[in-house]
Design a protein around this ligand. Structure first.
Ligand code: ZN
Length: 54
């Protein structure tokens, strides 16, 4: 309903993933996450989910 999302905010949530184990936010391209090239820097886990999903 006419809700404007600032470009900066949109970019913030784009390509941002959250570690399922420790909830650390990780910025990476979704392609890399899907292919399993990204792992959490904190716990080393590869279980990531998109941050947009609530
Ligand atoms: Zn983690």
């Amino acid at each position: 309903m006419g809700t404007k999302i600032p470009v900066a905010q949109k970019r913030m949530f784009h390509d941002v993933f959250v570690c399922k184990k420790c909830n650390k936010k990780i910025r990476s391209q979704s392609v890399r996450v899907v292919t399993g090239k990204v792992k959490c820097p904190r716990c080393g886990g590869r279980a990531l989910r998109p941050v947009r999903k609530k």
